[in-house]
Write a protein that binds this ligand. Structure first.
Ligand SMILES: Cc1ncc(C[n+]2csc(CCOP(=O)(O)OP(=O)(O)O)c2C)c(N)n1
Ligand SMILES: [Mg+2]
Length: 390
């Protein structure tokens, strides 16, 4: 790959032309897609990468506070899986969530402003990096407790199935639709009790949720095979709960889509759950402070050499031909896409910087707990001594 398609330029890897992936034989779901869709995937993956580069910068300048986990390297997993969904299929994810938000269509400004703690953020600046939320785009959060989002994703799928099979209408009005929910999780969530309880119910009731393990090999500094049984074949976990399990390469977005789309269609049609071990890699540390003693630079470079953005760019500029026999993307067009995306992300940062901080009274809105001290909602227990629970 020439440097023109070098979105990893801000990283240490020397750009190398990736070996062409061995694509599946036979009919592939991606064959039916128009060239514009594939170009949009490239743009979206580049948007996520650029967004994360600028997020890192803003974090280092102390404009972003709290925990912050970057998605650099994993772009193909959010873009490829979300591309296989309908827009109103709900998704829920963990705290490494900027990529899912952007792939779902969240405005980059709202996403950046959320991290800056500004009132214009997607959660009014109250959630920060780990809690991206976008109801119009059917993203039900970013969640910080490892594995806690998996029962929520199961519940979202259960609700959709209930609309179809019991209510025969949608609670939002209109006819009920067969849906699929995605519950993303990291490999570090594989041994959380919540996941196993949720998977058991999904298998038992036939809940159309897909547990997408974004398996980047590490949970903070712990390699997956040091903490998880059957790490070499996670499909066994799915088998135990009577659901389909697949291993999918998450580094090549087209291969990923070709494997994932038929699974989504099957889960939707049959209203059944599934489990996917989606193999990916994060280029940067676990969070913004991580000396990364648990892996070698060589290992990171090996993955960077298979970079998903470089791979898709190479495919579109060299292999994928349009009806005129020419590649569907020129180098010049890719340069223009990169310039357009960089401007979008720069504007997002400017928007975040210039947005107001939330007003003080916002402390008392959007909270479940009655913010008045010593006052129960029923006014019954005003002091601890009267409270039978104490
Ligand atoms: C229940 C719980 N235990 C521990 C933590 C601390 N913690 C935060 S992130 C993390 C690692 C999770 O790794 P993984 O699920 O693989 O996600 P990745 O960071 O690789 O995306 C841990 C243990 C937490 N947030 N929640
Ligand atoms: Mg992990």
């Amino acid at each position: 790959m020439t440097s023109v398609a070098n979105p990893s330029a801000t990283m240490t890897a020397t750009p190398t032309k990736p070996s062409q992936p061995s694509r599946r034989s036979g009919p592939r779901a991606s064959d039916a897609l128009p060239p514009e869709t594939l170009v949009k995937w490239l743009r979206d993956m580049f948007l996520i990468r650029e967004f994360e580069n600028r997020t890192a910068q803003a974090y280092q300048q102390a404009k972003i506070g709290g925990f912050c986990h970057l998605y650099t390297g994993q772009e193909a997993t959010a873009v490829g899986t979300i591309a296989a969904l309908h827009h109103d299929d709900p998704i829920v994810t963990a705290y490494r969530d900027h990529g899912h938000a952007l792939a779902r269509g969240m405005d980059a400004g709202a996403c950046m402003a959320e991290m800056f703690g500004k009132a214009t953020g997607c959660a009014k600046g109250k959630g920060g990096s780990m809690h991206m939320f976008d109801k119009p785009n059917w993203l039900f959060g970013g969640h910080g407790i490892v594995g806690a989002q998996t029962p929520l994703g199961t519940g979202l799928a259960f609700a959709a199935k209930y609309e179809v099979e019991v209510m025969n209408r949608s609670v939002n009005g209109g006819p009920a639709k067969k849906k699929v929910a995605l519950a993303y999780l990291g490999d570090g969530a594989l041994n959380q009790g919540a996941l196993h309880e949720a998977m058991n119910l999904a298998g038992l009731y036939g809940i159309p949720v897909i547990y997408v393990v974004e398996n980047n090999g590490y949970s903070m500094g712990t390699a997956i095979d040091r903490g998880t049984t059957m790490a070499h074949d996670l499909r066994k976990k799915a088998e135990a709960y009577g659901m389909r399990g697949e291993i999918i390469d998450g580094l090549d977005v087209i291969d990923l889509y070709d494997a994932f789309k038929p699974l989504v269609d099957w889960c939707r049609e049959n209203q059944k759950p599934a489990f996917v071990d989606l193999k990916t890699y994060r280029y940067l540390g676990h969070s913004m402070s991580d000396p990364q003693k648990y892996r070698t630079k060589d290992e990171v470079d090996q993955y960077k050499a298979k970079d998903s953005i470089d791979r898709l760019a190479a495919h579109l500029m060299e292999d994928r031909k349009g009806p005129d026999g020419k590649p569907i993307l020129t180098e010049q067009q890719f340069i223009e896409i990169q310039a357009e995306v960089k401007a979008i992300v720069k504007n997002a940062v400017d928007f975040a910087e210039s947005s107001p901080i939330p007003e003080e009274r916002e402390l008392y809105t959007d909270v479940f707990v009655n913010p008045q001290p010593n006052l129960s909602p029923s006014c019954e227990y005003t002091h601890g001594a009267k409270n039978p629970l104490l």
